[in-house]
Design a protein around this ligand. Sequence first.
Ligand code: GAF
Length: 434
Amino acid sequence: MNPSVKLKFAERYGSEPLIIHAPGRINLIGEHTDYNDGFVMPAAIHMGVQFAFAPSQAAETSIYSLKYDEAFRVDLSKPGKVAQPGWANYFLGILHQLNERGLKTGNFNCVFDGDLPTGAGLSSSAAMECGFVFGLNELFKLGLTRLEMIHMAQWAEHHYAGVKCGIMDQFSSMMGKENHAFMLDCRSLEYEYLPLSLGDYTLLLCDTNVKHALSSSEYNTRRNECQQGVAVIAQKYPEVKSLRDLTAAMLPEFKDELPGVIYNRCRFVVEENNRVVEAGKDLKRGDLVAFGKKMFAAHEGLSKLYEVSCEELDFLVELAKESNGILGARMIGGGFGGCTLNLIRGSVVPSLVKSAGLAYYNRFGVEMTHYAVSPGKGTSGVAGYRSNSLNDYIDWVGVKSIYRITMQGRIYTTYIMKKALHLQSFLSGWPDSN
Ligand code: GAF
């Protein structure tokens, strides 16, 4: 946990803040399927964005970025988009929606910082949106549910950041669970937590440290291409409302009807959705070998059919294929740079990082960085925080009950031990400690 937001808050505003942590995410499998109403299998991670919030008596609201050492003053009645600083737009998008919903906050101060590398495909923007709306919901008792906040965060990304993203990133940041990934149906929003028991294996992110400029425009283009595919397919199959409804059996009928590029996009989404469902079964059976093969297959599809990879990502995945002790690897997130996710035996991590880092540097002249990741919990308060939401209250009551039972257990144990000592001294004729 980053203590600096609290310290900085005290230094700038001199009051005790509410601290919120909003995580980034990885995605085990199911890329570019969320906006096609399909399936994904993400997990929140421990890295994320931390916020310190407190109401302000001043006539303005101030948000301060520790990373950029930059403050932004907001007029809460006019949270329009701004050209600079870019980071403010994630928050302005949330404030705009609070106004639209008639939800009032007073002025407040906020300091934020994060340990998520930006541009690495780990959803730093979703973490900013989710942590901000969550913090305001707590601070001003707005009564928003997690699901409402997820939708508001996604809206901010669409309208203030200009990326027509699916729901996976915001959902993961809000709903993540310690030591679990989850399978999400992006149409119904039903989800199932899947325990991640990886045994000798672990999850390793290798960061290419490149982000090709076209990423957000190409992202929106992919979304469009999928819609074009649906428009043609729905003429024959009106029940196909999104690529989620297209089956592998229907697909060949459109080989000549769809432009080659659109056909490839559709094919990838159908195959990727099936992979996620099958990978869920692998995970439940504990078959990591089968799971890893699907990760490699997913990367192949993302690279060749969906064309959202890049030379750097492909290079790292090829290296992973040739390395002993790696069961699967793939790019994660929107693509065109960022990280690969590797399912790797823990004992080979140091040697892999060394050899892959060297090979990568020799090929591209760029450092590869790496992060060991494990699934963490969703957006929540830290250190002394008490939630207003019912779900969080239930969690808290649960923890409290366990504490109470444990304490009672200790009291009874002490009582029984004392009685035993008393009995022993009585039998032996020695005086006991009482
Ligand atoms: C980005 C988007 F924000 C997600 O919604 C998802 O589409 C992902 O790219 C690709 O799977 O992270």
